[in-house]
Design a protein around this ligand. Sequence first.
Ligand SMILES: C[S@@+](CC[C@H](N)C(=O)[O-])C[C@H]1O[C@@H](n2cnc3c(N)ncnc32)[C@H](O)[C@@H]1O
Length: 434
Amino acid sequence: MSSTGDSLALLEALAHKTQNAAAQITRFLKEARTKGPVDGQPGSFDIPLNSPPDISAAKASLLESTMLMQQLVMSATDIQQQMTLYTQQMAAIRWICRFDVATHVPDSGTISYEDLAAAAKVPQKELMRICRMAMTAGFFQEAVQNQIAHTPTSLELRSSSPVHDTFLFMSDTGHAIVGRMPEMTEANLKLSPGQKPKTAFNIAMDTDTPFFKYIMSNPVLAKQQAAHMKTIVAAEESHIRHTVTGYDWGALPQGAKVVDMGGSTGHVSITIAQEFPHLRFIVQDLPQVLSQAAPVPAEVGDRVVFEAHDFFQPQPPSSHGADVFFIRQCLQNWSDADAAKILRTLLPALDKGKSRIVIMSVVLANPDDTEVGQREKGISRMRDLFMMQAMGGGERDLAQWKAVIEDADPGLDIVNVTKPPGSVLSVLEVRYKI
Ligand SMILES: C[S@@+](CC[C@H](N)C(=O)[O-])C[C@H]1O[C@@H](n2cnc3c(N)ncnc32)[C@H](O)[C@@H]1O
């Protein structure tokens, strides 16, 4: 945005981009949809997951260009108002989820505020004010006065959807953590050498227990956190299909062994195994996580096994010499020193000539990187700050990844970095220098 003239041209260029993307999405939905939600309702132009890549790209382009257009025309006061609006919209959704309002609204048709208040056991006046705020964010509609109905987006606020628990997690626990960032810095500025730094989470919850341990020990929070993970895996930018396409799994030899470290309940390994029948997987995670795993689908049952393993401990003999040690979305939870320790602990299990470590994580773009949009940069930075606030970890740029890997062992090298189109996560292949 160099001169005023350029900025004026930019605003129009962004409007054109938006128009083209909107036309592409509309055409696609018209062709694809035999019957569906009515145009004009919030969420009715949302494209299905697994849409063709050009349609996913059109959606990303529309979100990016409309965001940039707003930034071009807004003053600081406008931004402050917008951010305050988001805060109140989030507060409204938190209240709605807490009292499970969306579950009491019929899936189709309407309900009066009076009947809804009685069903949700909440005061009618508050309900009306709060639902009307949620409507400004696209949740619920009131086409007939005093009669409330779902929109495609508010259907996702029913307690049966993981979005419900994710909203509760982010607006309750997440909000409390995010709000303590200055106190985290103040506390850590007073630390004596050798003392363990505090996270915003430690301060918000008044505990020294680490984030994951604390969450896992509370069944309500553990359920909400699991739902949060599900929504992340389902989100376009971190969708599991990027894991299938983002690495050349097909090039691995027949019977190759993949160790999925911190693999949770196996959702990633199972999906890759379904696409690549020549691969075998060992899913490792902490015992309390593995105990929540559902039975492995029969078609991959003999190729996906679970193994309780703490990745700060040496690898068990079963995984020695594996072709791939796969670490997806784990190392950002840890400080650089701990991330290097996790890698170093695993090294004795590597067959130097054959094994590789494949890390799938965010590689942060620099602010001047024009290949990556502002929205994607925002999402990566949002994750980065939350990792710092909750766990003392963080996302890394390429230089920081190189430093962590070199700290683990200077003999290691990042031999390849790729980023599947539409994915916020990159794939780093790490091997011993030959
Ligand atoms: C953000 S999740 C990523 C899960 C999965 N890899 C994915 O991509 O969806 C991080 C995982 O690390 C696991 N984890 C945390 N501490 C661990 C440890 N010490 N040893 C093994 N796994 C651990 C957690 O239980 C969780 O499943």
